[in-house]
Design a protein around this ligand. Sequence first.
Ligand code: TYM
Length: 346
Amino acid sequence: MNGLVSGPMRIVSGIQPTGSLHLGNYLGAIRNWVRMQDEAGEGAECLFFLADLHAISLPHDPATLRSGTLELTAALVACGLDPARSILFNQAQVPQHAELQWLLSGTARMGWLNRMTQWKDKAGKNREGASVALFAYPVLQAADVLLYQATHVPVGEDQKQHLELARDIAQKFNNDFGTEDEPVFTLPEPIIPPAAARIMSLRDGSAKMSKSDPSDMSRINLTDDADAIMQKVRKAKSDAEPLPSEPAGLEGRAEARNLVTIYAALSGQPIEAVLAEHGGTGFGAFKPALGELLVAVLAPITQRFTGLLEDRDALDAVLAEGAARARAIAAPTLVSVYRALGMVRG
Ligand code: TYM
């Protein structure tokens, strides 16, 4: 804990509604969101949001964003997020996200943003042509969690650097404008799962599984049917060696490690146990076992997802209700931020 956290947990996290939910999102983040929702103690609050404001940092199609937002809402509920227990909303209905981003922009440093690996990766060589939003994105992400005085932020490994930046911004703002007794922001703690924090592409064990990979064969979508899942696993890149009986034997075998990691995460076993059972087996036998496990875990989610999508008005209502609750929680933070910055408000 960071010393500033007192009282009940406030769990906050987000996901971009671009592209479909994939196995990396599920094992790296969403499954943890559901666990934290289910296990959070008395007085804890969970806020999970669709980061639609973030989606404009790269070229996007408005109609796809609109339908993607509703589909992702259905997918999150299908995965086990319960709108009665968790506050589920999209950023665009809570204007305080954008408002706080501006107020934090005076504190965030250009040098900090320049170091963000996601900015470097996504802008590539064309920095001059990248949007201002792509560069400033991590400040919005900081606002997303600081707005709610988040104590815990469950994310996959790739978001760790953004969370560290959020802590740096909060710390500097507290130093510059808060008092020792009354810090303006809580420093959020990233919660990264020990296993499955980084699920890799099925086609390339050195690249993370991602919505933006042009090849659909690189990822398992949570909406894939059993045939698609079996086919993607069968075609997944692997190697000609049998599985080792101990984790050390996965050294230098990125694809093999990824498939074993997925198996372990889905079956709730440590990697050691999976290798103790399957060591000596070749991929010809291991892949069908992995495919069947995936189908068994994902089929009920897909079924619930399809049912939920039939009532789009109900999904809109979930987001509207969640946003109203989020706006109310966000309000006191903005009052203290404006006050701390010396701004006069009627
Ligand atoms: P996004 O939409 O790319 O991903 C959502 C969550 O899924 C995790 N994740 C993965 N975990 C393991 N293996 C993978 N291959 C993999 N791919 C994605 C991500 O780490 C993330 O937890 N910027 C964020 C969204 C965001 C956010 C926030 C998150 C906006 N504001 C505030 C936390 C707090 C993003 O683009 O995640």
